[in-house]
Structure formats: C-alpha cells, structure tokens
Design a protein around this ligand. Structure first.
Ligand SMILES: [Zn+2]
Length: 459
C-alpha cells in the first residue's frame, strides 16, 4: 500500500499568512484533514499527517518525520499571501525525477479542470521553488498554494465550507490519479450498512449538511432516491460491512449534534406481508331476507318508510352483495327513512353518499332505484377490486374516490365509510339482526295463521 505524508503548513505559534483575523494555518489543516478522509474512504492508501491539530511543528521536524516513514509522496498544503489571487503548485527547482514533474502535472491539472473552472479561480501555473519541504524530502514532493488569504475574493471562498470540501476532493482525486491508487472495493456480497446523516427534499440542504460535516472532518457524499414520487437527497457518511462500525459512526456523529441512521443495503428485501384479511361479516354474499319482511321492519319503526327493499335485493344480486344488510345500513343512515340528518328525502340518497358532515347535503339521484344502485355500487367499491359488472351504468359519483377492496366486511367500514365510526359496522349488523328477528316473527305469525287455516278447514 502506498504511503502519503500530508503536511498542513504552519500551525501553533506559526499562523502563516494572516488577514482580518483569519489564519492560513486553519485552512491548511481543514483541507489536509479532508483530503485524508476522502482518500481513505475511497482508496487503498496509508495517509499520515505531519500535524493533526493546531500544533507548532518545525520544517525540519516535518521532513525528518516524512523521511523516517518511507513515504511515496509528500503533499504540503498551504495558502498564499502578498499580492494576487488564485491557485499555484510547486516542486523543487533543481533536478527532480521525471516522476515528480508528472505528479505535479496530474494533480495541478485535476484541480484546474474541476475547482478552478467551477469557481472561476485564476490558474497561476505549475511552478518550481527552493522550499525546505521540497528540497529536504527524499520522496516526490509537491506544495500547493490553494488561495490567497489576504485577497477578499479568495478569502470568501476559504470561508465557504462547500468550497473547502470541493477543493479537498479535487486534491484527493488528483493525488489518487497521480499515484494510481487502487480504488477500495466494496464488500463483494452481503450486507452493507450505510450511515445516512440527513435526508432532504432540497438538494441545497443536503449540500449544507455535507459541508457542515466536512468542517468536522467527515467526508460525505450525496445520493438521491425517489420514494413515492418525491426525490430525497441523502447525505451518506460511510458504508460498512460490519454493523458495529456503522453504529460507532452514528455515535460519533451524535457528538457533533447530527442525528443519523443506518440504512441496510444488500439484503434481500422480504416480500411485503400479505395484508391481514378483514375481520367480521362479509359484505359480499347473498341476501337472506324477503322484501316484504324488510319493508315491514322499516315500517314498524317509521310507518311512512318508502318500500325500497325490492330495489336493494335486485340491484345487490347483480353485484354479489348482501342487499338485505345494505338495507339495514340505509335504515341506519336515514334513521328509518326519516332523514333526520343533512340529507333530504328528495335526494334519494339512502347511504349518505357525499354527505360528509357539517351540513354537506351530498349526492342526489334521479330515482329511488338509482339511489339504491349508487349505495350498492359504493359498497361494491369498498368490498371488491373488480370492475363494475358488464352492462352496468355507474351512478355512484364517489365510486372512484374509494380505495378499492379496502373494506370487505361490514366492520371494516369503521373509520372508512363513517369517520371516526369505531362501531359503525357493528351498529349495522345489530340492526340487521333485529330485522332478521322481525322476519322470523313475521314468518312465525304467518305459520300460525296458516296452521289455523289448516285447523279451521274441516273436510
Ligand atoms: Zn504557507
């Protein structure tokens, strides 16, 4: 594995260039830390810094340190001052290996074609100088003068965390290219634990987060993904094959006030669980009661009730729905066709379709038959995912608003047909059972009557 010494210029008592209270040493260290983080996260490489904090380190200490560590490359990061603006790079001004020149070319050109272009920064060229760190190092050495601390335009960039991240990435990529560093290969199979430090619908917000992370020494990048038609920009800080490493990073991010989460990739998604079947009594099925008994029951409460039972039985049969229970629902919705709610009798609306409360009158239908048909179609919308039967005209104006098949039992209409309606289906079924009981009584009376007839006729 190749070893690179990154040397953040100055530090400690040596501030480097200063201007308006800003110190060169600060920018040098920020960039160096980010170049290190970027290279380590993307490439197989060993990076050592000559300083990792605001420490005083002499020039001799730096080069002795590098020479003792058999490094392949020495990269010194500085910022400029005193007359001018823009970027320049330096190699030693005496005899150097061709390799050193080539490295300067690749890194300088990478920075020029990305950052200098993007930010319209003057390119001051590839230069040579007799600097200590270039002269005294035994390996290929390059010194970058990123920008001018004492130029207001350049200083604005240096104080822009997005620029710092961008320039560090460019330096890292240029270095990787120049040294032909092997890319880190993701684990070939198995699970990858990605640490996501923020998910945003606005890209700028994601970039701001990434820039903030950069100032704290975390290399990140932004991925986008679409969930239910909305694009999310995710800030990914790391990806690990070991979950504990991902958890460590989450904990580290927390210490700088960033809430992150682990997104597991590479696992086979289990198929979505089958939805639980609705509990309760099905809406689909046959009617059991006779029209006469149903009407009779309605009129036992409201003698003025219209005779609608036959419509319920006939229409519901074509849709495979229990029309007698639908009739019980109509009794509940209209208070036995007394229409004591928002719907008036002339609307022929027996199911409160579109009567959503607060005085909304809801839908109107031309005839009682159409009103009943709309009711049956509305139940069909809830209880089935099939299209309406061939040859049927759709009269329910709210059919398409129903999530098809979302309630296959009367109890499942709770909170759907009636909101909140926690006992809506139960009330309908209770009414229906009363109607069944009333039918039995009707029939018992009829049987008694017929038995009496049998008894009375003496042949
Ligand atoms: Zn300097």
């Amino acid at each position: 594995m190749k070893r690179i010494i990154i040397d953040p210029g100055h530090g400690g008592s040596d501030s480097g260039a200063t201007y308006k209270g800003f110190f060169e040493k600060t920018y040098n260290l920020s960039i160096a830390l980010l170049v290190k983080a970027t290279l380590e996260s993307r490439y197989e490489v060993d990076i050592i810094l000559t300083r990792t904090a605001d420490q005083t380190v002499s020039l001799k200490q730096r080069t002795d340190f590098a020479n003792a560590r058999n490094a392949d490359f020495y990269l010194s990061i500085h910022n400029n001052a005193a007359g001018g603006r823009g970027f320049e790079s330096f190699i030693y001004n005496r005899t150097v290996p061709a390799e050193t020149v080539r490295i300067q070319n690749v890194i300088h050109d990478t920075i020029a074609s990305t950052i200098l272009n993007k930010y319209k920064i003057p390119n001051r060229g590839k230069k040579r100088a007799n600097f200590h760190v270039l002269r005294e190092t035994k390996m290929n050495a390059l010194l970058l003068e990123v920008l001018f601390v004492d130029n207001d335009t350049d200083l604005n960039l240096l104080n822009n965390s997005i620029f710092i991240k961008d320039v560090s990435t460019a330096i890292a990529e240029g270095t990787a290219k120049a040294l032909n560093l092997p890319k880190k290969t993701p684990p070939p199979s198995g699970t990858l634990y990605k640490v996501i430090a923020g998910s945003f619908t606005e890209r700028e917000n994601a970039e701001e987060r990434a820039a903030f992370l950069a100032t704290k020494g975390f290399d990140s990048f932004i991925t986008s993904l679409v969930i239910k038609g909305t694009t999310y920009f995710r800030v990914q800080v790391g990806a690990f094959s070991e979950k504990s490493n991902a958890e460590d990073l989450v904990a580290k991010l927390k210490t700088i006030g960033i809430e992150s989460f682990i997104y597991t990739e590479g696992t086979v998604e289990p198929p979505p669980p089958e939805p639980e079947p609705d509990k309760g009594y099905p809406i689909a099925g046959n009617s059991e009661l006779a029209a006469a008994h149903m009407n009779n029951y309605a009129r036992s409460v409201n003698p003025e009730a219209p005779l609608l039972a036959a419509y319920y039985l006939v229409h519901s049969k074509r849709y495979g729905i229990r029309g007698d229970i639908a009739f019980a629902q109509a009794l509940h919705e209209t208070n036995f066709f007394r229409f004591t709610g928002d719907v008036t009798p002339e609307q022929n609306n027996y199911a409160g379709i579109g009567a959503t409360g607060g005085g909304a009158k809801g839908a109107s239908f031309d005839t009682p038959s159409d009103g009943v048909l709309a009711h049956i179609q509305h139940l069909y919308a809830y209880s089935s995912k099939d299209p309406i039967p061939a040859g049927e005209k759709l009269v329910d104006p709210r059919f398409s608003l129903v999530q098809r098949g979302s309630a296959t039992t009367w109890q499942a209409l709770n909170g759907k047909w009636a909101v909140p309606g926690t006992t809506y289906g139960e009330m309908i079924l209770t009414l229906y059972k009363k109607m069944v009981q009333s039918s039995i009584t009707d029939m018992e009376t009829a049987i008694e009557k017929l038995n009496k007839v049998l008894k009375d006729i003496i042949i």
